[in-house]
Design a protein around this ligand. Structure first.
Ligand SMILES: [Zn+2]
Length: 68
């Protein structure tokens, strides 16, 4: 089973988060079928608590946004 990318978190991830450094953008996608070591799979709690670096924008591209 896949788990949240946050250390010591064992919840099931629901979304894949990528950091686009060139665009200063945090992109939230529906969970990818394949785990990508460069990306973060996060659980709902950690997505809700995610704080992007100052000056970055968050783009939520999920087709089915999860209420958190
Ligand atoms: Zn988590």
């Amino acid at each position: 089973m896949r788990v949240c990318a946050k250390m010591r978190c064992s919840h099931e991830p629901v979304a894949t988060v990528s950091l686009v450094y060139t665009e200063r953008m945090v992109v939230v996608d529906d969970l990818f079928d394949e785990r990508d070591p460069n990306l973060l799979d996060l659980c709902p709690e950690h997505i809700a608590r995610m704080t992007p670096p100052v000056g970055w924008v968050v783009q939520d591209r999920r087709t089915t946004p999860v209420a958190v």
